[in-house]
Design a protein around this ligand. Structure first.
Ligand code: FAD
Length: 520
């Protein structure tokens, strides 16, 4: 076997997966058919859940340094600002990062690439996957190198992080049903001044569509995304041609000093019929593509990688049976389908050509959004949805709630809430997420003694956190609706695997072998 895992594609998804596998001691080869990383920024919004994962990987400070926290969205229609939707207020007790970080995909890739090199692995550029053959416990991949030479590499597992035109998907015979949207979009990175509210996302709604202006690093730098007017649908269209329609909708005071990148593209909404064929997995755009509504695309790929990495590492290291890997598809396909449905609905409303939809867009949407966002409950629901902190796997075979916990408490499959707790009665308040070790399982014990050493021996895979009785802890637990006594066994990715009231070592052991398929 040449390697444990061959990661195909060094976009954001492949880089995240390679990082997560290498830091868990897995042998990885990562290839990309291009000669170097992409220079275009493409995706711009990094969601809070991704920042939490970046924190565990040790790259969040660099991301925060390079990015710009988006503090709100302003909705404009017919030259008037109709509403401002603040980010963050609803998320300040949900996550340490209650904002969308505006940071280009190129910067995200650079940060993850640097981290991977620091961990001792370099991307093999100019290396394209052109063939796959699965046989027993191995996959033989044929790679085409620069100059056309071919070589074979044998891997135990292959991860297709190779984008919308995935070779892994095609070579595995997995279909990619869906369709393109009829509209053509443009994206431009510009230096501009105008009515836009600085450092915030500005959405200009108009009868025939919308323009989105995202603040980028540097003074007066804006990423503009919009629908290309039908009269301009030709191959040689330039940014200058779209300026008149932009100024018509976003105001005549909109002035452009420079445009450093302009591209047009069509958007598809598709999801792979399966995310796995035996030893080959699909992640990121290889598995699902959808409209950019909500800035979810890149983030969803990164979380596919975070979901698969710990499972694959345990199987590669012979600590778990391969059955654990069945949960990857089981957990991530519903996330992708939900995303496709919600972004599709939102997107159709945003681009519909009908007169009624146009009226709805300019007259009704902004007012409805402004009203809804003044309601705290709606703000919280919207925050959890967009920030991806609300993603949960309640129906997964890995999720098991023992009897006794109230409905309102966090349940099996949920991302365990972010808490600030005292871990010693004489200590200071600490961030739970910083205490959790994402290369291990974490057992949180509340209102009862920790199990004796040996009673829960997971062969060194478990970290136990006993939360002492303390008024500060009690208030924090009440806020998160966590009762006492209770216990939460967290998976390495921070989702609850098993939970209940009194710890029962036999039930934990049964869960660990029957649900997690661990060899302990
Ligand atoms: C113009 C544009 C604007 C976008 N804007 C947004 C946005 O605002 N927000 C958002 O969330 N998303 C946006 N996206 C989508 C976002 O860029 C993707 O969701 C993201 O890139 C997915 O990452 P990935 O790693 O899964 O795939 P990719 O980034 O596509 O990376 C796949 C990698 O695999 C490599 N590869 C492909 N085939 C092979 C092969 N056979 N062998 C070896 N290597 C191979 C490719 O060279 C590439 O480097 C945009 C996309 C485009 C094109």
């Amino acid at each position: 076997m040449d390697t444990d895992v061959l990661v195909v594609g060094a976009g954001p998804t492949g880089l995240m997966l390679a990082n997560q596998l290498v830091r868990r001691g897995v042998r990885v080869v990562i290839i990309d058919r291009h000669a170097r990383p992409a220079l275009q920024s493409r995706a711009l919004g990094v969601q809070p859940r991704t920042l939490e994962i970046y924190a565990k990987l040790g790259i969040v400070d660099r991301a925060l340094e390079l990015g710009k926290p988006g503090t709100g969205v302003n909705l404009w229609a017919q030259g008037r600002k109709l509403a401002r939707v603040p980010f963050g207020q609803a998320g300040h007790d949900v996550t340490p990062y209650p904002f969308i970080l505006i940071l280009g995909q190129d910067d995200n890739e650079r940060i993850m690439g640097d981290k991977l090199r620091e961990l001792g692995l370099a991307v093999q550029w100019n290396t394209e996957l052109v063939g796959l053959a699965q046989e027993g416990d191995k996959v033989t991949a044929t790679l085409k190198l620069a100059g056309g030479t071919r070589r074979a590499i044998v891997a135990a597992w292959v991860a297709g992080c190779d984008g919308a035109h995935s070779s892994v998907r095609e070579l595995s015979g997995i279909t990619f049903p869906g369709a393109p949207y009829e509209h053509v979009f443009f994206v431009a990175d510009t230096e501009a001044t105008g009515s836009m509210i600085a450092d915030e996302v500005n959405v200009y709604l108009w009868r025939e569509g919308f323009h989105l202006l995202f603040p980028m690093r540097g003074k007066d730098h804006w990423r503009i995304v919009g629908i290309l007017p039908p009269s301009l649908r030709r191959d040689d269209v330039k940014f200058e041609s779209v300026i008149p329609s932009l100024r018509k909708e976003a105001g005549a005071e909109l002035l452009f000093k420079a445009c450093t990148w302009f591209s047009t593209y069509r958007i598809h909404h598709r999801a792979a019929a399966r995310f796995r064929d035996r030893r080959c997995f699909l992640l990121g755009d290889a598995a699902h593509i959808h409209s950019p509504v909500g800035a979810q695309g890149m983030n969803t790929g990164l979380q596919d990688a975070y979901n698969l990495a710990w499972k694959l590492a345990l199987v590669v290291k012979d600590r778990a049976d391969a059955a654990l890997l069945d949960s990857y598809e089981e957990e991530r396909i519903p996330v992708a389908r939900f995303l496709l449905n919600t972004t599709d609905r939102g997107f159709r409303l945003a681009v519909s050509d009908s007169w009624l939809a146009g009226l709805f867009r300019t007259e009704v949407i902004a007012r409805v959004v402004a009203f809804a966002m003044s309601r705290e409950r709606f703000q919280k629901v919207a925050f959890r949805l967009v920030s991806q902190t609300g993603i949960r796997y309640r129906k997964s075979a890995l999720s098991r709630s023992l009897e006794g916990l109230p409905e309102s408490a966090p349940g099996a499959g949920d991302r365990f809430p972010w808490l600030r707790l005292k871990f010693r009665t004489d200590g200071s308040v600490e961030d739970l997420f910083q205490k959790l070790d994402d290369t291990h399982f974490n057992l949180i014990v509340l209102g009862q003694p920790a199990p004796s050493e040996g009673a829960l021996d997971l062969g060194g895979l478990l970290r136990v956190h006993l939360i002492p009785a303390d008024p500060i802890n009690d208030a924090e637990l009440a806020r998160a609706q966590i009762p006492k006594p209770s216990f939460y066994l967290l998976r390495p990715d921070g989702h609850v695997g098993l939970c209940g009231t009194r710890i029962d070592a036999a039930a934990v052991k049964q869960y660990v072998s029957a649900n997690l398929h661990l060899r302990v």
